[in-house]
Design a protein around this ligand. Sequence first.
Ligand code: GLN
Length: 541
Amino acid sequence: MKHRYIFVIGGVMSGVGKGTVSASLGRVLKAKGYAVTAIKMDPYINVDAGTMNPVEHGEVFVTVDGDETDQDIGNYERFLDRDIYKTNYMTTGRVYQTVIQRERNLEYEGRCVEVVPDVPNEIIRRIEAAAEESQADFVLVEVGGTVGEYQNILFLEAARMMRQKDPDGVRTILVSYMPVPPSIGEMKTKPTQYAIRTMMGAGLSTDFVVARSEMQIDQPRRKKLSFTCGIKEDYVIGSPNVPSIYEVPLLFEAQKFGESMLESFGMKSKKRHGLKEWEAMVQRIKEAKEEVKIGVVGKYFSTGDFVLSDVYLSVLEAIKHASWAQGRKPVIKWINSEAYEKDPSLLQEINELDGIVIPGGFGSRGIEGKILAIEYCRKNHIPYLGLCYGMQCAVIEYARNVLGYKKANTTEIEKETPYPVIHLLPGQDQNIEKGSYGGTLRLGAYICELVKGTKTFEAYGEKQVKERHRHRYEYNNAYRKELEGAGLISSGVNPELDLVEIVELKDHPFFVGVQFHPEFQSRPLHPHPLFVAFIKAATQK
Ligand code: GLN
């Protein structure tokens, strides 16, 4: 099978949405009848994103097969509506690790192993393996960082080598920011021109330019870019800011980006009107007027004057998908749980919200505030959805305030707690002892059996589900009888390890805590059933 590769490369500055561009073009090509996958190549030495501070990295996205990746993989899954596996994610660290291991295993047969070409060759091997595994006609390959950085030069070299080997099978897209400096009031193309030159310096010409900007690029500037890049005017694609990122595929389609891409490969569309379902979804987003107000109580991460909300990206998206599906406009309020610790009277504000989500988290900062928020939701019948740490905190809250074990805790926070209602998963103590933190959490998809007659069962409408995990601690079965006896229902259990993975309450509009991360499996075209049930309850508040 012939795979075609499209490298998506950033210019000028990062953070302008290369991931959204890749995912959106992927969606458009899929709508034209082709199988599409996407790969992310991150320049850092970390082997995966799992050990990185959220301030540095944003959300850690978890794949079905248990990889801890960049949040862009989440975007690919949401836009392409398919699972993306481990093979589609690489970092410089991961690439070097393999090269060094292969050298140690004498796989290079005694010759000198060099940065070039052995490192780009390993990158190419990985790209081709991902293409094969997913049987994709088109493989979008997003290069992290921007062109001209020392850090990603080997990824660009891999692109150059692939292009040299098969000029007809490789295309490049430069995603570049087009500033409109307020003092000038005009869109400037010069930074993009420099980026194009830098790409040339890496031996790569540009086939397409995606012009990211606050407003749509106009004709004179399209002309200028087409001239300076030596590409057709149609191959300059405007990508202005839009209210929802899910509009981007439609924006691309309107500019015939997909057709131009196919044309550049000498190919044609196999399907017409493939974006119908997507259009209907975007229409629903636009039409949703009545609000549903959801509070996300978390630990907040800031760098200097900026607070980073990226850390909970998939949670946010899942809330949005479920709201739009019900014709509601989601309004999300960020709540710093530490504020509740300092001033519990602030908890009153929860009354003005339709529901509360507590997402995953690690460590002690802000945990007491989360527990206070959960208690408030439980007692005041506010719909509550707890994700991972949010579930563990709900168990602690129940043990403290219903069973009366005031000192109940997770051993993550208090090793010697007299009531360890949340404790380490089997085998995890050795990891901690050895300081072996990378990739050793319970990761990836596991089966969960649901109990008939529970709200969770009703939400899923299935007996058995598979959900993605990322944690080191779990519900302690030693307290199961007592907790259940006091009314904390165990509505989902992992059959292999007999772990309680879902808890819920009976006489409450919606109070569910899950040990896994359902947010990773929510898609705009397929909102997650638990989020749907939660938003339903919230809209009835
Ligand atoms: N810190 C908790 C654990 O490791 C929860 C992790 C999470 O929320 N992802 O079990």
